[in-house]
Design a protein around this ligand. Sequence first.
Ligand code: PBG
Length: 325
Amino acid sequence: MTFPIHRPRRLRRTEALRGLVRETRLTTSGLVYPMFACPGKNVRTEVSSMPGIYQQSVDQIVEECREVADLGIPAVILFGLPEHKDELASEAYDANGAVQRSIEAIRKAKLDLIVLTDVCLCEYTSHGHCGVIKGEEVLNDPSLVLLADAALSHARAGADIVAPSDMMDGRVAAIRQKLDENGFENVAILSYAAKYSSGFYGPFREAAQSVPRFGDRRSYQMDPANAREALREVALDLEEGADMIMVKPAMPYLDVIQRVREKLDVPVAAYNVSGEYAMVKAAVQRGWLDEKRVVLEILTGIQRAGAEIILTYHAKDVARWLKAC
Ligand code: PBG
């Protein structure tokens, strides 16, 4: 006999009781805030499909980083926009690129922030693909050299963690080797190990101006139907030397986060991507959803699935809400 002996509602009676038995406690300490660095001075252009998110020049990046640090958010991840795009993504590994200069400026300002960088070529190539191309084919091995050069340039500028998001095979090993050869054995790698070919990157591609000029990314990013393959991708990246791994996007892939968390004993990150953010913002603007409630619910769900690190454009709002609790 269960009822009336067992009454689960007993422990839901008050907020204090609910707090006492809560299984998942969302905290600011696991959040990473994504930012878009662009050339110029005093530039701050809002991304139309991502309200509250800006393309910003280095001076503005530093100002917002100050705010991020003051909110107790431990980390930012930087994406870059180049002055010029070309076939070989030259500005991706240019010491004077917007990302490299942003890192230096954040370091100079002595902000208490972990600086991550996205390592990819798509923002920097004239064709918008994440690797070098021959005809319409995205070549794997020749792309590795450029990706490793990009990671090295970020390390030289002072990045703590580099995060390759290109999905070329072997890029973690190539980056690890290049970093170690140059004395950056303490720069960590967070690999976007299970990165799916997703429709939810749409707004990001507006922010980073990285829409592919032809074709799509299905020959290198993962098929949304596959979860077992994610475990294989993660295992390969760990063998190659990744310190942490990421599942991306988050909401449609909570099962993947959970499986990875259960199978492997490494820190797991999840990227709550641009389209997930845009969807919430659009509904909130129409008065259809309560922003604070749904964002905290979404992030709690991502953490409950098994991610201890969450990259999210909501990070500043969440930090403010959690402070007020
Ligand atoms: C670069 C990259 C992308 C995202 C992160 N790194 C876009 C893509 O693969 O097209 C997406 C992030 C987001 O949507 O918020 N390869």
